[in-house]
Design a protein around this ligand. Sequence first.
Ligand SMILES: [Cu+2]
Length: 119
Amino acid sequence: MKRACAVLAIVSVLALGGFGSSSAVAAAGGPITTQRVRILVFAFYPNVFKVSSGATVTVKNLDWSLFQEPHTFTALDGSFDSGPILATPVKVVAPDAPGNYQFHCLIHPFMNGLLVVTG
Ligand SMILES: [Cu+2]
């Protein structure tokens, strides 16, 4: 029970903005060319985010060190697929075409989110 509480506390901290901040350029209204995504306890942080077309999304799997659990960052329509993410972060290039791209983990489809690509 103590362990479960500790994990929940970590998730809460991360969900409240520990990860996923966009670049300073984005804050000024310019293109969002990079985005960091973390996977922790079978969830993406952030799980809804916006980038410019062709942006680089770097996905780090923190569950690898916790559980030796692989994950993927994969568009439902096949537009992008990280392949298995283990200890080393994987870079994925966002699609060129603006639109909404639902994504999930191929291994754990209940892990999901939405990537919004702008022009
Ligand atoms: Cu997974």
